[in-house]
Design a protein around this ligand. Sequence first.
Ligand code: ARG
Length: 566
Amino acid sequence: MDFKFEIAKLISSAADIDVEEVISAIEIPPNSDMGDYAYPCFKLAKVFRKAPPMIAGELVEKIEKKDFIKEIKTVGAYINFFTEKSVYVKEVLESVLTKEADYGKSTEGNGKTIVIDYSSPNIAKPFHVGHLRSTVIGNAIYKIYECLGYNCEGVNHLGDWGTQFGKLIVAYKKWGSKEAVEKDGIQELMKIYVKFHDEAEKEPSLDDEARLWFVKMQDGDEEALTLWKWFYDISIKEFERVYEMLGVKFDAYTGESFYNDKMDVVVEELKEKNLLKESEGAMIVDLEEDKMPPCLIIRKDGGTLYATRDITAALYRKKTYNFEKCIYLTALDQNLHFAQWFKVIEKMGYEWSKDLVHVPFGLVSLDTGKLSTRHGNVVLMEELLNQAINETTKIIEEKNPDLPNKEEVAKQVGIGAVIFNDLYNNRIKDVVFSWSRMLNFDGETGPYVQYTHARACSLINKVCGSEEIDKNVDFSLLNDEASVEVCKLIEMYPAKIKDAAAKFEPSIVTRHLVDIAQAFNKFYHDNPIMSSEDEVKKARIALVYAVKTILASGLKLLGINAPKQM
Ligand code: ARG
């Protein structure tokens, strides 16, 4: 039973307005003495030509009082609904107990495809913490949409094409060695790439050489492509180690190079549509009337650009996936880039340009210099994740040295803490890394939610002797405030998932999980389980089971594991 919907139906028939309209107006009051649902009558003033409080007063008389409603009261312009707790608790918990891990899932996205462009690191460069955010947020958005029934296509738009690879080839030919690259991988590539920049400052002709090599790559030169492919393979191998640790997968690794042979047609189309203009030897799309700098399509030397490949990729994706939305996760410093080329697609006459969405996020900063600075100020993902695991191992050794499967749990908790920390605040905010805060088992953290889940698992085991519970319980025994509060949060969970999807904001789910965990811990504190009388114990364990189910599926939505023991 969807209480909000049921209440909306009652209001709708009493006031003779559309149910959908009522639903979107219904609010959840901030505290329970204002009821469980509230309907503000301000907007009705125009329709009924009366003061809102008066409308509320008249309406309340007309609303049918079904037995799931205990009381309907008006406060000013608000109509407050108090649900009958025993009906409410029973409905909510029964729904979780029958649907189990499917609770919160929906079919609203069936038949629709969402393309998610995330992670997308640049090859031959270390996978640094900046890419962590794109990876983690993108992965969560993927899972959230999937939960709503959408078909998701996760694309890793690797930065694997562009003049920088011309530079790398020159650098390798001048200062590199096969042995060193084989031994140190990306580190070595990075080293010679940095050297290139130092040298090119003194010797600008190196840049020309690099441009030539990139043009060779574009033209399919064998030597150039063999070297490039080698750098590519080395990079992917390193990236995959990080993805494996994070538990992240992609449906396609179609990076920028994939579009090399697909750009000509698009450039032709731009020409035909009279959008291309020459400017200082380069080809651009003028965006002056849109108050943006021009979008560079072809360089003076014939090289294509990041934007050229993004435009080509969008056309390809529309054709291949016929997406409902194609979303891009990058730091907000790329805002202009996306605004520019989205505009180009619009100017090309594609009405679906409105379905391209840039989902930006803030930067990552570190609270101390403690993270390794061996590589200048790039913090390597792999090192960071390993450090998270090490720090967690220390905590486990201290708190629960006899825990079976310690290593696996340390991995799940350490990496979970990093992911959770990243998804806790609005994505646009900067993320601060602080081990002590991220790993605080009592804070608003991943370990806290995981620990609450593990605690629920162990309670169930203790009481039932297995992971199964007796689902045939008297829910009216759960009539205390703390139990009802937990049920309220559980009931809100499906709506939170939808909200998170609509706003591309996984933090809505993350925070709700913390709220549930906190409410649960209060419930547990107020309601002894082991010592309670049999029927009460059974009912309380059913609530524990519902919480356990939701914490596990919620963590999964965020890409975090939920160990049963911690
Ligand atoms: N490789 C880019 C970077 O590291 C991110 C690519 C994002 N996706 C895209 N289609 N532009 O900044």
